[in-house]
Design a binder for this molecule. Structure first.
Ligand code: FAD
Ligand code: NAD
Length: 474
């Protein structure tokens, strides 16, 4: 028996589920197939992001921040708390509850929008049919005019430090430790290493991060990376750069690491090891041999600028294709594809996708870094403003970091904004709006910003591009 749809999404992560809802809103008969199984053994919609990514990591970041503040920030305010304790079951249980609330919420949204969910692994067959293998092995085939592949990504495994789910873990394992590890090793000072390393450092672990590259956070603007590294080290994160792991051996309840840096080989013993060296597109079992869908040299599904695979009616979006592995990037691609299929004008502007790292201080940026502009020979002016001169940040005792704005030297169009400091995950949105509307630093400089707010740092950085910041020397 073959159920026929207008569109089938394979994968219900932020790319697939958002695209499916938009397709259904546009009147398309829509199905969404997903295989993710939650802790309760039932289907858990939302993919990596809701189950083991964005949402649970932010839940633990927030809980750990509250705990850290007791000892490290409250005394400055004249508040002391004696004998603070953490109940790990509540700490992890709160995160699980939030995950369940949001994954369950997608089920309700599917119902409200008449998206038909299927639980199982979907395989694209020739002719836009999708074979679904349920968790019990049962098979059925559905078909559609359009199939959108949104199968996401999985963590990269190092051959000499294989995940065992207990001692050597990926993001999912590091979001579920039953106890705070005394010593946590982290491989990779990328986004996951820094966010989850911060969680467990705040909870009391001794955290050592080994990063293979000689530069810290080289995807970010160099000034931002410099401030962030200094602050993380002040918090006690041990960050070793140019450090290549060569061996990881589990011995009893410890993981014995060997790594090499410019000074030679070193040993490090930890109680848990988080390997966070990047993610790769996941396409295992997704494609029958004769579909014609191509993968690139990194295993990503090949698509054009409209997320089309080149095979009639087959599209791909999210982490499984080129571009940054970010939830909001995938969601916007999902929406755009649904709109293209419905004959509307979909749109994703890759030049203004915001990046946020939810550490303390937070890091956020959009657009080009100063290095990229230099390399491309683009003439630019720079404006900066430190949070140390922002009244609200000082009142919060979080006056760390700065906003840096890069604008074209001739047109003044904003080309990039780079921030490290309090609340910058929210402040970046204003800059993205300005950039999307092709705004200039002068535009932001002329907009009234409420006082006293953190957003005044954006205003002053914009003024500083033209050397007329008010609350610092220019
Ligand atoms: P996924 O979310 O990976 O979803 C793919 C889904 O498809 C999964 O449910 C999978 O089970 C299913 N699937 C795969 N193959 C099949 C198949 N053949 N049949 C059926 N189902 C299948 N991004 C941010 O923007 N902000 C953050 O704060 C953030 N934090 C993160 C924290 C962590 C720890 C991690 C690991 C990632 C984080 N990310 C964050 C990245 C974000 O999670 C991903 O970019 C996003 O989930 C990608 O969405 P997606 O829909 O493409 O894929
Ligand atoms: P990443 O690419 O951010 O960082 C991986 C780091 O590991 C890099 O610095 C890399 O140089 C280093 N590395 C690679 N191989 C190594 C090795 N053998 N030894 C030591 N270091 C090594 O990857 P990630 O942290 O695993 O996260 C994956 C992706 O998930 C991110 O790129 C991002 O797209 C997404 N994510 C986003 C957020 C967010 O938006 N806040 C949070 C978490 C994850």
């Amino acid at each position: 028996m073959s159920d026929k749809f207008d569109v089938i999404f394979i994968g219900a992560g932020p790319a697939g589920y958002v695209g499916a809802i938009r397709a259904a809103q546009l009147g398309l008969k829509t199905a969404c197939v997903d295989a993710f199984t939650g802790k309760d053994g039932k289907q858990a919609l939302g993919g990596t992001c809701l189950n083991v990514g964005c949402i649970p990591s932010k839940a633990l970041l927030d809980s750990s921040r509250q705990y850290w503040n007791i000892a490290h920030n409250l005394p400055v305010h004249g508040i002391s708390v004696e004998g603070a304790k953490v109940d790990m079951a509540t700490f992890i249980g709160r995160k699980d509850k939030i995950v369940k609330q949001f994954t369950g919420g997608i089920g309700q949204l599917f119902k409200a929008n008449k998206v038909t969910p299927y639980f199982g692994t979907g395989k694209l067959l020739k002719g836009n049919e999708v074979e679904i293998t349920a968790p019990d092995g049962g098979k059925q085939t559905i078909s559609a005019t359009n199939v959108i592949l949104a199968s996401g990504s999985v963590p990269i495994e190092l051959p000499f430090a294989k995940f065992d789910g207990k001692m050597i873990v990926d993001n999912a394992g590091a979001l579920d430790f039953a106890e705070v590890p005394k010593r946590l090793g982290v491989i990779g000072a990328g986004v996951i290493g820094l966010e989850l390393g911060s969680v467990w450092k705040r909870m009391g672990a001794e955290v050592t991060i080994l990063e293979a590259l000689p530069d810290f956070l080289s995807v970010a603007d160099a000034d931002v990376a410099k401030v962030a590294k200094k602050e993380f080290e002040k918090q006690g994160l041990a960050i070793k750069l140019g450090a290549k792991l060569t061996k990881a051996e589990v011995k009893k309840n410890e993981v014995h690491l060997t790594y090499e840096d410019k000074d030679g080989a070193h040993e490090l013993v930890v109680d848990k090891l988080l390997v966070a060296v990047g993610r790769r597109a996941y396409t295992a079992g997704l494609l029958a041999d004769d579909t014609g869908v191509k993968l690139d040299e990194r295993g990503r599904i090949v698509v054009d600028e409209h997320c089309h695979t080149g095979v009639d009616g087959v599209w791909a979006i999210g982490d499984a294709v080129r571009g940054p592995m970010l939830a909001h990037k995938g969601s916007e691609e999902g929406v755009a594809v649904a709109e293209w299929i419905a004959g509307k004008a979909g749109h994703v502007n890759f030049d203004t996708i915001p990046w946020v790292i939810y550490t303390e201080p937070e890091i956020a940026w959009a657009g080009k870094t100063e290095k990229q502009l230099k390399d491309e020979g683009v003439p630019y002016r720079v404006g900066t403003f430190p949070f140390a001169a922002i009244g609200r940040a000082v009142a919060m005792n979080e006056a760390v970091g700065q906003v840096k704005m890069l604008a074209h030297a001739e047109t003044d169009r904003i080309l990039g904004v780079h921030m490290v400091g309090p609340g910058v995950s929210e402040l970046i949105a204003e800059c993205v709006v300005a950039m999307e509307f092709k705004g200039s630093s002068e535009d932001l400089a002329r907009i009234v910003h409420a006082h006293p707010t953190l957003s005044e740092a954006v205003h002053e950085a914009a003024l500083s591009v033209d050397k007329r910041a008010i609350h610092k020397g220019n």
